[in-house]
Every structure is written in structure tokens, then in C-alpha cells.
Design a binder for this molecule. Structure first.
Ligand code: AMP
Length: 250
């Protein structure tokens, strides 16, 4: 497995990769959700590249960024076992040479759901994804429906900015008890972890968003929102300091 940190290293790795390049951008602390995207890319592409970059511009809370899990050594071991062809590990200066002077701003879908609660979040996401696409130059890029709003915004950005990458949407991978896999689950206490599956269950079982909110609040969740768009029901909740998101098709 090849690794690249600088742009120069990446260019020579990129030049050595044959055929269609499948790309999976991540923030690390990898789990089965990430691996499902990687396996799909390996089936559909000639070469597969993963990036690990905890993107500061998409964090609205400094403490959330500071506490974001870092498991770089384990991640690299797993990626090697999975036979990923290359890993791109840039730092802030490489991705933001002009310190976030240029930003991608979307004006509709980024202001609902998580965008309403996390100011600037989707500008950070879209900006870093555009930069990564320009550096990595993939033929296909793989994103999880776990972050469905993000996926839609990226699909629309690719179409509106005439980017030549195909976006592949991948289904949500869940724990056996229904909890959507997430790097943030690592921060749940034992008690919070045993409560967490109720989030998915309430999204699936409630007759409407209001009923889901009531059930979740009664069980001790702090609810940012449960709302329906695009034929799906979306939720964002806190268990202690840990923010969880999920969505289900209606
Ligand atoms: P992250 O490292 O959280 O930025 O996620 C990187 C990619 O993995 C994004 O496209 C996510 O939507 C996707 N992803 C994260 N968790 C899951 C999951 N449980 N199932 C499917 N995809 C996921």
C-alpha cells in the first residue's frame, strides 16, 4: 500500500495507479461503514484510494474537533489488510494553502437539517471535497447514506460545477442492534451505548416526527431535530456530549 502526505508524493502515487480510480474520503477512526465503501470501490474500480483528513473547517465546535478520535496506526493496518492501493494523508496547510479564503457555499439544502444546527458545516464539507477531488482526480467517489444530506449536497455540487467524477451512494451499515456505525460511537459511555439503538428504533417505528421526538426525549436523548425530506426521516440527537445522526427511508 502506497502512502502520500505531500502533494508531490501524491502526484507520483497517482501517476502509478492504473485505470479507473475509486476514492473514499474519510476522517479516520475507520469502521465497517467505511470498509463497505472500500469493498464496493474495489469491486467496481481498477485502483482504490482512501484519504484520511480530519477537516477542521467542517467542525462548528472546537471541542468536537479536539476530541475527534484519532486511530491512525490501526487505520493504516486495516487499510493494508484490505489491500487498498493508496492512502492520502494530507495536513491542514496542504489542503488550505490560503487558509480557507475560498469556500464553496450552497444556499438551499445546506440550511436545513444539520445545516441549521451546525453553522458553516456544509461549506466546510463541500470545500474540502472539491479540493480532494481536484487533487486526487478520481473516476468514482463513494459516500455513505449515513450522511444523506452531505451525499445529496455533493451529488448536486458535482452536477452544478460540471465535475467529472461519478458519485456512488452506499447504504448505511448498522450494528446488530440497529445503531448506525459511526466514529463518534467510540465516545459513548456503556450506559449511553445501551440506550443508543432506541434512536434508530424511534425513527423507524414512530408514526410521525413529533412522536419520534417525544419517545426520544422521554428516554433521555436531547433532540436537535426529527424531520422528513426527500422521502426520508432524518434525526440528530445528543447522548451526553455525543451527537448522533441517522436517517431511514419512509
Ligand atoms: P467520515 O469518516 O465520518 O467522514 O465518513 C466517511 C464516509 O463514510 C462518508 O461517506 C460517510 O457517509 C461514510 N460512512 C460513515 N459511517 C457509515 C455507515 N455506518 N454506513 C455507511 N457509510 C458510512
Amino acid at each position: 500500500m502506497k502512502t502520500a502526505q505531500s502533494l508531490q508524493q501524491w502526484q507520483s502515487v497517482r501517476d502509478s495507479l492504473p485505470g479507473t480510480l475509486g476514492f473514499i474520503p474519510t476522517m479516520g477512526a475507520l469502521h465497517e461503514g467505511h470498509f463497505s465503501l472500500i469493498e464496493r470501490a474495489q469491486k467496481e474500480c481498477d485502483s482504490t484510494v482512501v484519504s484520511i483528513f480530519v477537516n477542521p473547517t467542517q467542525f462548528d465546535e472546537k471541542s468536537d474537533l479536539k476530541n475527534y478520535p484519532n486511530k491512525l496506526n490501526e487505520d493504516l493496518q486495516r487499510l493494508e489488510q484490505l489491500k487498498v492501493d493508496a492512502v492520502f494523508l494530507p495536513n491542514y496547510k496542504i489542503i488550505y494553502p490560503l487558509d480557507y479564503r475560498y469556500q464553496v457555499q450552497e444556499k438551499e439544502v445546506s440550511s436545513i437539517l444539520c445545516g441549521r444546527y451546525r453553522k458553516g458545516h456544509f461549506s466546510g464539507v463541500l470545500t474540502v471535497v472539491l479540493k480532494l477531488f481536484n487533487i486526487v482526480r478520481p473516476g468514482r467517489a463513494y459516500f455513505g447514506e449515513k450522511d444523506y444530506q452531505q451525499l445529496r449536497l455533493i451529488q448536486d455540487m458535482v452536477s452544478d460545477l460540471f465535475l467529472s467524477v461519478e458519485i456512488v451512494a452506499c447504504p448505511i451499515i448498522r450494528e446488530r442492534d440497529g445503531l448506525a456505525m459511526s466514529s463518534r460511537n467510540l465516545h459513548l459511555s456503556t450506559e449511553e451505548r445501551s440506550l443508543a439503538p432506541l434512536f434508530y428504533k424511534s425513527l423507524v417505528e414512530a408514526n410521525g416526527p413529533d412522536e419520534a421526538v417525544r419517545r426520544l426525549e422521554e428516554s433521555g436523548f436531547k433532540v436537535d431535530y426529527v424531520e422528513e425530506y426527500f422521502g426520508r426521516r432524518f434525526g440528530a440527537v445528543f447522548l451526553g456530549d455525543v451527537r448522533l445522526i441517522d436517517n431511514v427511508a419512509l
